[in-house]
Design a protein around this ligand. Sequence first.
Ligand code: GDP
Length: 369
Amino acid sequence: MDEELRCIGCGAVLQSDNEDAAGFLPQSALTKALNSDDQEVYCKRCFRLRHYNEIMPVELNNDDFLSLLNSLSTKKALVVNVVDVFDFNNSLISSLKRFVGNNDFILVGNKIDLFPLNSKESKIKDWMRQEANRMGLYPKDIFLISAAKKRNLTDLIKYLDRNSQDQDVYFVGTTNVGKSTLINAIIDEMGDVENLITTSRFPGTTLDQIKIPLDNGHFLVDTPGIMTQKQLASYLDKQDLDLIAPKKPLKPATYQLNSGQTLFLAGLGRIDYVAGEKTSFTVYVARDLYVHRTKTENADAFYEKHKGDLLTPPRGNENLPAMHKQTYHPEVKSDLLFGGIGFVTIPAGVVVNTYLPGGIGQGIRRALI
Ligand code: GDP
């Protein structure tokens, strides 16, 4: 078997020997993949998740990914949880506490280039720390970076270098947070790229880890991305993901709303303004994302009629769980979070209902801007 053929969803080496192990693909599909130029090959687990909305139990103890992560608690290591600042609550690994053991861990918030230009990094970090603490996680440090734009990357690399004098550095993260982009950017910054990749990638470990040697004799270790059912990214195909992912820093779009009105964020998000004076809702989403205002009393019928055409993405929504409603009544000016799509700032005192498929990525925070 070609050792280097990996699932593009989770990074596991594809194999057809053990159906319960990571990277399983039936022999026929594996043979086809090996003989094809198509690099977009998913293991059965990732394929099922994407196409049949079937969540494989990645959070169970006997799962290969989790046992890999669990093995961290027995090593001396610095653990780096890479998260997506646009989908923070869902990309933070809740079981981190269990597998970090006595090791230090840091949070690296990626995609900071997309935050509105006037956002304060200190406020974003405060929010991340509060959320992490709320989940019982106490990161030693928090970095905000853009892997794609290489923003704040040098600081992170210096930090990792300083803190890996007597231990390896393990990168963990759910899929789509930009972990691969970050690892590649780090390799790039470290120079001598070709040599690094040819000598060190896929060193044949059984744990699906990619090890990058550091000058100090230790390693940066990339672990497979963990898929979770809490990320919208797990349900959309690449084309839809491209449509919802902002390309540039988010710009506010303000909507004057009366109670009884509804905003649709394409076919993926919805806010009903339930109670309050006429006021403005400020929407921060990708510039091309279609936002539609309608009366709440017509909203259900409108959604049924127009999902998949006017309300798109998603283009087809056979995979998506049904919309899940959540009511908020914030006492301070707040951001309603639509994980993976963006956020909407609302004033204090109003009552709103928000909807996302399966409740994925729903949340609220004190307004950052
Ligand atoms: P992984 O699954 O965690 O390895 O994520 P990838 O590295 O494949 O990235 C997932 C998506 O996020 C891709 O569409 C990337 O282009 C995008 N991405 C990664 N890093 C950044 C970043 O710093 N800024 C922005 N705006 N997008 C990013």
